[in-house]
Ligand binder design. Structure first.
Ligand code: LMR
Length: 334
C-alpha cells in the first residue's frame, strides 16, 4: 500500500487537495503460491513498490503469496473473470490454456540458464506469449525460478532406476507425467500448497522442485535424500487480466510495463542469488541435522539421466501438445 502519511485528518485533507491524484483508484491483486522469500515472491514485492511509485499510488498493488488467494491453476480462471488482476503461474499450470508452454518442462532441453533466456527472449518465447494473448490474457514477461532437483524419502537417487516404483508429486503437466512414467515411477498431481504435508505423512515418496521452493517450504526436512540433477527448469509467465488492462489509461499501462521491465531484471538476479544462498542453507541443515543426504552426480551419471528421460521428446511433437517446430527451435537456438 502507498501511504500518504499517518498524520491527523486535517493533514490528510491538505495533501489530497494539493495533489488531486486519486490514491488507490485501481486495485491490482497479484496472487502467487510460493513464499515471499523466493525469486517470484521478492520480485512481486519489488513490482508492487515500483508500480506504486511510478503511478503515485493511483494503482494499489496487493501481493498475496503462499496460495493465500488462489491455488495453482485456479488463478488462471480467476484472472479471466478479473477476480484477480495478475499472476505468474509456472508453465505447467497453463496446461489447459496453452499446453505448448510445457516446452519449458521438457527435461534436459536447455543447455544452461543463458540458453534458456535466449529462447525466452527470442522467436520461440514470442510465439508462446502470442498464444497466451490469443486466449484473452495479457502476457508480460518470463520470470525465472531455476532448475529442479529430485528428492526422496525412500532411496538415494543416483541412477534413473532408483526412481522406479516411487510416488512423486508433480504439477499438472503431461510432460512431467511422462518424465516419471518413462522411469517407471508413479506421478501424482498435487497442488503446491499440499506437498509438505503429503511428504511428511508419506502419501508421496518424493518430489521435484527448485532449491528456493524446497528450502522455503521445508521439503528438505521431510525427505531423506536430495539429488542435484538440474534436470528440468521451473519458470513463470507473468500475466494480467485483459479486462483489467483495458480499463487502464495508457499512462498507467505504460507505468506497469516500465515496472515490469525493471522487475524482470531484478527477478533474474534474485533467482540466481537465492539458489546459491538457500542451497548453502540446505547443505548446512544436512550437515548439522544428519537427516538429509545430498547427492551430486558425476558427468557420466548425469548423461545417463539425460539419455533416459529425453526419450520422451518425440511424444510431444504433435502441435496440440507442444510441437516439433518448437522443440527443434530450442535445440537449434545457439
Ligand atoms: C510448483 O507447483 O511446484 C510451482 O509451480 C510453484 C511455483 O510457483 O514456483
Amino acid at each position: 500500500l502507498f501511504f500518504i502519511g499517518c498524520g491527523s485528518e486535517k493533514k490528510e485533507e491538505k495533501i489530497i487537495k494539493e495533489n488531486p491524484i486519486q490514491l488507490g483508484e485501481y486495485i491490482l491483486k497479484f496472487s502467487h503460491v510460493v513464499s515471499p522469500d523466493t525469486p517470484k515472491g521478492k520480485a512481486a514485492e519489488f513490482f508492487e513498490k515500483r508500480v506504486e511509485e511510478l503511478t503515485k499510488g493511483r494503482i494499489d498493488v496487493q501481493v498475496y503469496p503462499s496460495s493465500q488467494l488462489y491455488k495453482d491453476n485456479a488463478v488462471l480462471k480467476a484472472l479471466k473473470l478479473d477476480s484477480v488482476q495478475m499472476a505468474a503461474p509456472s508453465f505447467s499450470k497453463f496446461g489447459k490454456i496453452v499446453p505448448q508452454l510445457a516446452l519449458f518442462d521438457l527435461p534436459f532441453l536447455f543447455k544452461d540458464i543463458n540458453h534458456l533466456h535466449r529462447v525466452q527472449d527470442g522467436e520461440v518465447g514470442q510465439k508462446l506469449k502470442d498464444m497466451v494473448n490469443e486466449k484473452g490474457y495479457i502476457a508480460l514477461d518470463f520470470w525465472d525460478n531455476n532448475f529442479k532437483q529430485l528428492s526422496s524419502s525412500k532411496r538415494a537417487l543416483i541412477v534413473p532406476e532408483d526412481v522406479a516404483g516411487q510416488k512423486f508429486r508433480i504439477m499438472s503437466s503431461k510432460v512431467l507425467e511422462e518424465q516419471f512414467k518413462v522411469l517407471d515411477a508413479n506421478p501424482q498431481v498435487m497442488p503446491f500448497s499440499e506437498v509438505y504435508s503429503a511428504l511428511q505423512q508419506g502419501v508421496i515418496d518424493g518430489q521435484e522442485n527448485t532449491i528456493s521452493n524446497i528450502y522455503t517450504k521445508k521439503f528438505h526436512e521431510v525427505q531423506r535424500y536430495l539429488t542435484i540433477t538440474n534436470h528440468g527448469y521451473l519458470g513463470y509467465l507473468v500475466v494480467i487480466s485483459e479486462k483489467f488492462w483495458n480499463t487502464l489509461p495508457k499512462e498507467l499501462q505504460n507505468a506497469i510495463l516500465q515496472a515490469m521491465k525493471e522487475s524482470t531484471i531484478k527477478e533474474r538476479e534474485y533467482a540466481e542469488e537465492l539458489n546459491i544462498k538457500q542451497y548453502n542453507l540446505i547443505k548446512e541443515y544436512a550437515k548439522t541435522s544428519g537427516k538429509l543426504e545430498i547427492i551430486n552426480l558425476t558427468k557420466e551419471q548425469k548423461d545417463f539421466w539425460r539419455k533416459t528421460v529425453s526419450k520422451i521428446y518425440p511424444d510431444f511433437y504433435d502441435k496440440s501438445l507442444i510441437g516439433e517446430d518448437l522443440i527443434k527451435g530450442v535445440l537449434a537456438t545457439e
